[in-house]
Write a protein that binds this ligand. Structure first.
Ligand code: LIP
Length: 263
């Protein structure tokens, strides 16, 4: 079943990525609304992408549920819920920074089983099926992801991100300030799904972020997990309070440092 879900996720995700690509004008994109804060933006293309994804997925599988960033949730009756970010990295999309993604995960009875992420600007695509690994697609070939750990935490390149809330940001900035002297450097790329796929690729060594929503983490989290990355939260499953991730070889030490930094 998971294979069938990942096949559908890719088919629909590619169609959404084409729409996002085609509708991005030169220069800056207009913002149509804001959400949790004035910097948390939505464009007409986020909404159009989500509508397309929802109608295609539920057109094929009408009994499934749907949880998307921009619209109302649908509970469904099949046990499958699609968790979707129609544009992860909307601020990058608005500015034309080439790091924004379509992210689609299939959660079956509460567990993410299949995942698809594509960087719309570069055309890179990643997929995962729980228990069967994660890969990057090169045309239709699946190349397995097997990132190598760095030898020491001091050599780790760490991805992070900041909440849209001013108060949370103040705390995050302080915690990142304590982490920075202990690692190689920090990157704030601006799309959590791509950060997690970058970990799976070995383009980042570790990751930490607070305030992420399920659609930011669901697909990229499975891609990373299936590549041997431990993705966790403060006390168990990753959640809005905290997502931290790294190669299992560094996990114990890194997670302890993240906690000590006050994330
Ligand atoms: C964004 C993330 C980004 C994170 C923001 C936000 P959006 O998703 O992927 O990395 O730092 O808090 O959640 O809003 O562009 O879909």
């Amino acid at each position: 079943m998971s294979e069938e879900l990942v096949r559908l996720a890719r088919q629909v995700g590619r169609e959404a990525a084409s729409l996002v690509r085609a509708r991005r004008p030169e220069g800056r994109v207009d913002v149509t609304a804001t959400k949790s804060s004035p910097t948390d933006v939505v464009t007409a293309v986020d909404t159009a992408s989500e509508e397309l994804i929802r109608s295609r997925l539920l057109g094929e599988r009408p009994d499934d549920g749907f949880l998307g960033e921009e619209g109302d949730g649908i509970e469904g009756a099949s046990g499958v819920v699609w968790v979707v970010d129609p544009i992860d990295g909307t601020v990058n999309f608005v500015y034309g920074i080439p790091a924004y993604a379509v992210s689609i995960a299939a959660r079956v009875d509460g567990v993410v089983r299949a995942a698809y992420v594509t960087n719309v600007a570069s055309g890179e695509e990643w997929g995962a099926v729980r228990g069967a690994g994660s890969w990057r697609w090169v045309a239709d070939e699946r190349r397995a992801l097997t990132p190598q750990p760095v030898a020491e935490l001091s050599q780790a390149l760490v991805g992070t991100g900041f909440s849209y809330s001013r108060e949370v940001r103040e705390k995050q900035a302080a915690a990142v300030g304590r982490l920075l002297p202990q690692v190689r450097d920090v990157r704030r790329i601006g799309a959590a799904a791509l950060d997690l796929c970058s970990l799976a690729e070995g383009r980042l060594d570790a990751y930490v972020e607070q305030g992420l929503k399920p659609w930011d983490v669901a697909a990229g989290g499975l891609v990373a997990h299936e590549a041997g990355i431990v993705v966790t939260g403060l006390d168990g499953a990753p959640d809005e309070r905290l997502v931290m991730a790294t190669h299992h070889a560094l996990a114990e030490e890194y997670f302890e440092v993240v906690r000590a930094c006050g994330f």
